[in-house]
Design a protein around this ligand. Structure first.
Ligand code: TYM
Length: 350
């Protein structure tokens, strides 16, 4: 089975964007893939160093994974800082990647803002740690939302540069695997990872502004549905969601130029595991006053059980810690093997 890796930062409340763009896909991939899902606590230090309750946030994301249906026995769930290989390989990738590559990352530019000189060095090197997360397990598939696409392209660039720079050593050590790059068959140590972004809601937008991404950092709580929202709150947020005055169009092409309508239809499709086309064939021509209550009912039916299970799990932090410890041991065993081989390829006597 192909190997999947993905990560979620323990910063702030998880929202519907995280759930539909990432966690719901994590759950679906468990049948067909071996999966490693990581709470990336080291990444949480890049934008803000001191956190009120990083340990609690790390447990909350773990609880969300489990409550959504991730099986930590059949797969691996752990937090990043438990496995030292992440930081170790990230250092090596800092020496593979070029500063220019990092400077081009739109997320760095957004998060650093105008005062770039004052951003942490970790924020600039963030994608290098992300590449290390994935390649430490030589994962081939990475489910993420659309906003991570550029970081995954950089992960491929890092893998490719490593493979080329060390091609002779990789061959000498007999550690290469054959892979296809475009049309060309090449031999390398790190795979060129495929992002898994498709689906009806790769980019869930704010409920207050269909041109802005739904995000943890939006000042308006009405802009997002949190995984911790109760049924009344979910219903209220959908009722208040911004829309235009037209009824839903008769076909998906009619969603173009109507970002709010497109967003709500995409959310409906993702929550019910269908396509936008199917949603439009059911609701096309109807007013939002009819569509919104149906969407609220659907959202509540999916989110409420997750919410309840998350609360139950959070009452037993020792259980969550045991899951992370077990996952960390199994992840660590794979990571140790990779680090040993990487050191052999580079010539580090570690
Ligand atoms: P993070 O913690 O910001 O978000 C977790 C996941 O949620 C997705 N996401 C969205 N998807 C759709 N619509 C939205 N509005 C939305 N907002 C967030 C993100 O795309 C992500 O999949 N850099 C990553 C964490 C990471 C990682 C990794 C991911 C670290 N190492 C290795 C994959 C592989 C991040 O900050 O995600």
């Amino acid at each position: 089975k192909p190997l999947v890796f993905s990560g979620v930062q323990p910063t702030g409340n998880l929202h519907l964007g995280n759930y539909l763009g990432a966690i719901r896909k994590f759950v679906a991939l468990q049948e067909s893939h071996n999966c490693i899902y990581c709470v990336v606590d080291l990444h949480a230090l890049t934008a803000q160093l001191v956190h009120d309750d990083l340990a609690g946030q790390t447990r909350a994301i773990t609880a969300a994974f489990l409550a959504s249906g991730i099986d930590p026995k059949a797969h691996i769930v752990f937090n990043q800082s438990r496995v030292p290989g992440h930081a170790e390989l990230a250092w090596i990738f800092n020496c593979v990647a070029r500063i220019g590559w990092m400077n081009r990352m739109t997320q760095f530019k957004d998060k650093a803002g105008k005062d770039r000189e004052n951003a942490s060095l970790g924020l600039l090197a963030y994608p290098s740690l992300m590449a290390a997360d994935i390649l430490l397990y030589r994962a081939t598939h990475v489910p993420v939302g659309d906003d991570q696409k550029q970081h995954l392209e950089l992960t491929r660039d890092i893998a490719q540069k490593f493979n080329i720079d060390f091609s002779q050593r990789i061959a000498e050590a007999g550690l290469g695997v054959d892979m296809l790059v475009g049309e060309e068959r090449v031999n390398g140590y790190f795979p060129l990872t495929e992002p898994l972004i498709e689906g009806p809601a790769p980019r869930v937008m704010s409920l207050r502004d269909g041109t802005k991404k739904m995000s943890k950092s939006d000042v308006s709580d009405l802009s997002r549905i949190n995984l911790t929202d109760d049924a009344d709150t979910i219903a209220k947020k959908i009722r208040k969601a911004k829309t235009d005055p037209q009824p839903l169009p008769g076909d998906v092409d009619g969603l173009e130029g109507r970002p709010e309508a497109e967003n709500l239809v995409g959310i409906y499709a993702a929550l019910s595991d269908t396509t936008r086309e199917a949603v439009i064939s059911e609701f096309g021509g109807q007013q939002f006053s009819a569509f919104k209550p149906a969407l609220a009912e659907l959202a509540i039916s999916v989110m409420s059980p997750i919410n309840a299970e998350m609360r139950r799990l959070m009452d037993d932090p020792a259980h969550i810690d045991a899951v992370l410890e077990d996952g960390g041991e199994r992840a660590g065993a794979i990571a140790d093997r990779t680090m040993k081989e990487v050191k052999e390829i580079i010539g580090l006597l570690g």
